[in-house]
Design a binder for this molecule. Structure first.
Ligand SMILES: Nc1ncnc2c1ncn2[C@@H]1O[C@H](COP(=O)(O)OP(=O)(O)OP(=O)(O)O)[C@@H](O)[C@H]1O
Ligand SMILES: [Mg+2]
Length: 470
């Protein structure tokens, strides 16, 4: 099943659940004496299935049965979507009739509709519910695990802590280069602090590199104060500053008032050579950055702020004296070492000589992405069997020629995008490969599909859409 399939599926389920829960939907059921509890049950079942989508998306890579289950789910969800749309359109039509009588909207809705079949409705909902229930039972048999409903792709915030003896591959060169920059005293620089921007695609190892630098003994000793904050996609200035204060003072801070927090952070940084890590920054708002930057100027010369981000635009906004560091992919050899470490659970690959060559071939397919190598290694570890590995190597999963297939390495990178961006990204898949689309038109289409969060007015929504585009 296509990568974009899951995102559209997730989006469809979310949109459907919102519609079912809407006042318009409920009013319609109440007024027509239809059984709303049936659609409520349908909604709960959809949400249960939604919760395991992420797990299924990952497991289908090595488990054919999960792929087939996802296909069936896709068909059931599309049927449900048709049904919910039908009801929603009829509900809108009724509402328009009640409110606007003979306006243009009412005329259009009246002439363009198929007659609505109230009688068959309960039966259709029940058939769908039974299908979804079957799929929900199968999910347990397939061992699919759920996250928190509605937050399936939320990741655990990163921290500076790495496991004891954590070993990384292929990063010695860039670690030494960036470490040397961190240790520069910058006496001639006009700014008290320098930003070290690390940019790269999802899963290429930006956070890992930042952890390596942050935990380096020489680096630790060089700075007076250190703090790590995982910013992630929802930028909350208050939380970022509060976390920085707590990290530096090693005490909880309960006062959530911006002015107080800014004064506190300024005091904590004043005259100190600090090292801060802002991990996973997505915010492109220059005003937010400028506010933080102002506080950082109170530190001593030689202070550094490591910023990791997937976005080159974010990197350009934050960078000052040090050039942006583009994090390269790993070599195939390093990918293999990483894959083998997770596949054989630290055991020597020599204990499975039949899997070495084929394992190396699979590692090449990871296209240098450590996240892909690690995830595949973990999945392969469940089945240390040549036939199974060979099946994975030769599966059409890796073939780019299919219009709807995406390399698993990219699939995984995409897998960890925030859900709302996944949906916008997936929507672009409706355009053919060489189609040059206009940004503004895509944003309008996203808005029409309900993929851009509601904003105060149309203009604001367009701006929100434009932010997602970059
Ligand atoms: N050089 C490496 N050696 C071993 N494992 C690595 C290496 N780089 C990354 N990893 C592993 O790959 C996974 C993804 O890496 P990481 O989280 O650093 O990526 P990222 O670039 O920060 O991704 P994102 O953009 O999603 O935040 C992590 O689990 C990490 O342990
Ligand atoms: Mg990261």
């Amino acid at each position: 099943m296509a990568l974009v399939g899951e995102a559209l599926l997730s989006g469809s389920i979310k949109v459907m659940c919102d519609k079912i829960a809407s006042g318009q939907f409920m009013d319609f059921f109440r007024a027509r004496r239809l059984d709303h509890s049936l659609v409520d049950k349908l909604k709960v079942k959809l949400m249960t299935l939604h919760a395991v989508l992420n797990d299924a998306e990952e497991k289908q890579i090595v488990n054919r049965a999960v792929g087939m289950w996802l296909d069936e789910l896709k068909h059931a969800v599309f049927d449900a979507e048709d049904l919910v749309d039908e009801i929603d359109t009829e509900a809108s039509r009724r509402k328009a009739k009640d409110q606007t009588k003979k306006t243009q909207v009412w005329n259009f809705l009246s002439t363009s509709r198929k007659p609505f079949n109230y009688k068959g409705m309960n039966g259709r909902i029940e058939v769908l519910f039974n299908k979804l229930e079957d799929l929900a039972n199968q999910k347990d048999i397939l061992g699919l695990r759920g996250g928190v409903v509605g937050k399936v792709s939320q990741r655990t915030p990163t921290t500076s802590v790495v496991e004891d003896g954590f070993c990384t591959y292929g990063r010695d060169g860039c670690k030494e280069k960036l470490k040397a920059l961190l240790l520069l005293s910058d006496n001639e620089s006009s700014s008290n602090f320098s930003v070290v921007p690390i940019v790269g695609m999802g899963g290429v190892g930006k956070t890992t590199l930042a952890q390596l630098l942050y935990n380096d003994e020489q680096v630790k000793e060089h700075f007076d104060s250190n703090a790590w904050v995982c910013v992630s996609e929802q930028y909350e200035g208050l939380r970022v500053i509060k976390t920085l204060i707590e990290e530096i003072t090693k005490k909880p801070c309960d006062i959530l008032e911006m002015n107080y927090l800014e004064v506190q952070l300024r005091q904590q940084l004043m005259g100190k050579r600090f090292l801060l890590v802002l991990d996973d920054l997505w915010n492109e708002n220059y005003g937010d950055w400028d506010r933080l930057r102002t506080l950082f100027t109170y530190g001593a010369k030689g202070s550094k702020v490591i910023v990791t981000t997937r976005s080159r635009r974010v990197a350009s906004i934050v960078h000052n004296t040090i050039p942006i560091h583009d994090l390269e992919k790993l070599s195939d050899e390093d990918c293999w070492l990483l894959l083998a470490k997770h596949a054989f659970r630290n055991e020597n690959p020599g204990a499975h000589p039949d899997l070495v060559e084929i394992g190396k071939e699979i590692a090449c397919k990871c296209d240098g992405l450590p996240l892909a190598a690690k995830t595949l290694g973990g999945l392969l570890s469940c089945n240390l069997d040549y036939k199974e590995w060979n099946h994975i190597l030769n599966s059409n999963l890796w073939d780019p020629p299919h219009a709807d297939s995406v390399l698993p390495s990219l699939r995984l990178s995409y897998h960890y995008l925030p859900t709302y961006l996944k949906r916008c990204f997936a929507y672009c898949s409706i355009f053919s490969k060489d189609y040059e689309f206009e940004k503004e038109n895509v944003i309008l289409l996203w808005m029409a599909e309900g993929l851009v969060p509601q904003a105060e007015n149309e203009k604001a929504m367009e701006e929100v859409g434009a932010e997602k585009f970059t």
